[in-house]
Write a protein that binds this ligand. Sequence first.
Ligand SMILES: [Zn+2]
Length: 489
Amino acid sequence: MKHNLTITLSIVITSFFMIACSHTSYQIDVDPVDQTRFDLSSAPATLTEAVKIRTISFSDTSATEASAFDSIHKFIMVSYPNIHASLEREVINTHSLLYTWTGSSRELNPVILLAHTDVVPAGWDSTSTWKVDPFGGIMMDDTVWGRGTLDDKMSVFGILEAVESLLNKGYQPERTIYLAFGHDEEIGGDKGAEYLAGTLVDRHITADLILDEGGIIVEDGVPGITLPVALVGVAEKGYLSLELVAKGVGGHSSMPPKQTAIGVLSQAIVDLQEHPLPSALDGPIREMLVTLAPETGFPFNFLFSNLWAFGGIIKGQLAASPKSNALIRTTTAPTMINAGFKDNALPSEARAVVNFRLKPGESIEAVIQHVEKVIDNPNVSIGIYGKGANPASKVSDHQNDQFKAVAKSIRQTFPGILVSPYISVGGTDAIHYEDVSNNIYRFSPVQLSSERLDGLHGSNERIAVSEYARLINFYIQVIRNSTGPERLW
Ligand SMILES: [Zn+2]
């Protein structure tokens, strides 16, 4: 019996190793492109000027500075003469832009490149940690500094530079290309992307490929991998905020009940944090581990290749860090709380808001049911807070030619780095385009350390001139690999 067990064990272990070793790389083998073949010398100065234009999205939409968006429209027109001679330009819902570069073949479905012209406020005051004025348009140490240099003016202007450069060389796409630049991504895209996508739907346009901002190239994001990894979002998580209202008895605080409204609400919040929604290694995170398994060394290749056996261990590891925990479950984040008005009075009500980011496959109803079950208290009412909720996006295929076109472009411009599917944990404009394409990818072509990543909505946001040139080359390759004679499909 013992002998049989030993044989069984050794067969199981051997099969683990065979699975681990049998996987060859999923990475596309390509030669790097010559990054100097286009003259991009004027591009950084143009981006520097664009940073000065304060296209800020405030959460109060009435505060939107219309003149800033008019200015950036004019600036784009004077900066890119070829584009304005060859592409059709439309202003959608007053501040968003739609450019059409008509392809020579009417039979081919178009591709759409998305980006957004708006930025978040910069918090530039005496307490700020910015080293330069975030709207100053500063070029320092071969780097363009300021709000929007990464999110997302680098892509708006990077895409425009790519198109302008290709036009300069006489490039004619076979497939039509749309450039769609929303103006309110940072506050949900309801006025920009929603209208841009609606315009395309009204025109019965189905795109073969949509590329928006999203995952970046991380330097140390994946255990067991020393090479940088380009994380291409094949989906984005959903969004739900719930308001919890705990009722209590008001009155004087000298004779309090066992739990006041604040106590009841606090208990509910603690219970929710102690009972997170279940984790799972499915969907994009599973595909990510499978894709990267052949690139890792022991023991990660062994573990990643045998998720059926080691899923529990891996989930435990991923759950330990907030960044990776967000990839495996619907997250729970209490974000607002409000109760009480006087130190000696019992509040009759206490309110809190909890924000959830839904993983694919988890419905809004299921999250609400989970919350009701965990809190299990008739004195706490639960309702949707704010302007609404959306489930996670559809999950796009990562084995089709469209994904390959993106992956190939990455490997041509960032030689030697790995490419993996991934789920974007933040929202993007792309969520509004679900009716326009089944092949929606979210990727920002820039390699960032954790410190630089913090700059995205924080301070000292910046992009090096060399990084910007690489980004433009990436967009040039995406256009060539999807619309020209070298296109993959
Ligand atoms: Zn953005």
